[in-house]
Design a protein around this ligand. Sequence first.
Ligand code: MRU
Length: 340
Amino acid sequence: MKDLLATSIRYQQGTLEVLDQHQLPHREIWLPCASTDAMIGMIQRLQIRGAPLIGIGASLLLAHLAEQEASADQLRTDAERLRAARPTAVNLMNCIDRMLAALDAGGPAALPGCAEQLFEEDVELCERMATLGAELVGDGSRLLTHCNTGSLATAGVGTAIGVIDIAHRQGKRLHVYVDETRPLLQGGRLTAWEMARLGVPHTLICDNMAAMLMAQGKVDAILVGSDRIAANGDFANKVGTYSLAVNAHYHKVSFYVVAPYTTVDRHCPDGSAIPIEQRSASEVQGVSGSFGEVSWAPAEAPVYNPAFDVTPAELVTGWILDTGVYNREQIAGGVLKTLG
Ligand code: MRU
């Protein structure tokens, strides 16, 4: 496979490495990843994360194993284990399906080419949706975003952060409010790091401050990514997105979801059919990362920890995809059923 370089994954001279997102922003550590067990562990610990990137990571690993002369049967077993690593992001399943189709058609030798294609396609999809989305962002806009949707979460410039990146590079003056994103702090740890690297003026807030900023008239638009968009436009994204959408509706703030067609699941009729990953109690009882580990709740405190929530289509102003920007009428008309 040829060398492939992104902000948080790289394949170079036969070695696959992942930038350990659990250690950001304080430590930039690249970890080698040479086995299915290692990739599954990294995906589940969110050392590699973001819907598009986990699909790319799993594909690069399978391609790497094919180059190490793994058998077709072994690759099929590994592909199914990788598919089950996280249940909500449909990009992972889409990538595995494409890799398995390549395996069926051309055997293990076909996997490196397919993984390269998936990587390069993701870079292009990001560029396209970010460019389309940037047209909606006016000079002087005050934006708000949730979780991390940038170059750490994709092979390219990202989804919602991709829009911000391109609008900023076009010379538009922007200010971005960054939700810290409890429980795993993707906003505070990763988006704040990406905003600083891009030179975008930003302010970090706790998630529960967003409504007040909207009430104060300080937010013009909210941009978020997605892990799965159902055929009727309902979508799953990092838990906390739904509260933002409800608040945006009440305060009449535009609310956009930004995603590639690979995030659309046209076989999923609506948000109630999206599988939601439930995670460990310890993530809510405390927090861990490059700063260490702390737990503040009683160890026996019962916890509810869904990693994602579902935002109904009726709360969305626009769906910014690589194929175009769609409004509620177009989505209700079934345009998503032709994608994905
Ligand atoms: O649990 P994570 O950090 O993988 O969740 C990521 C998100 O929710 C993103 O918004 C989503 O994957 C889209 S990113 C391009």
